[in-house]
Design a protein around this ligand. Structure first.
Ligand SMILES: [Zn+2]
Length: 69
């Protein structure tokens, strides 16, 4: 358990389950974006223009499409 995640240990099982539901919901809605122009990477609610260089040449991948592990 890393220090980064230690706060999770302080949650009750009910709170942890709720947090995991929220996380799953966020994963369904969030889209990972990658700019082919400048290689900027960010997460948004949908495909959008690169906010680093303004390019529309953006690759978008829904987070839930990432395989586990
Ligand atoms: Zn860019």
């Amino acid at each position: 358990m890393t220090e980064k995640h230690s706060w999770l240990q302080q949650l009750s099982p009910e709170e942890l389950a709720e947090w995991q539901r929220c996380l799953a919901e966020a994963n369904r809605n969030n889209v990972f974006c990658h700019c082919r122009q400048c290689n900027e990477e960010w997460v948004a609610s949908g495909k959008e223009a690169c906010h680093h260089c303004g390019s529309l040449n953006v690759e978008s991948i829904a987070c839930w499409q990432f395989p586990d592990g």
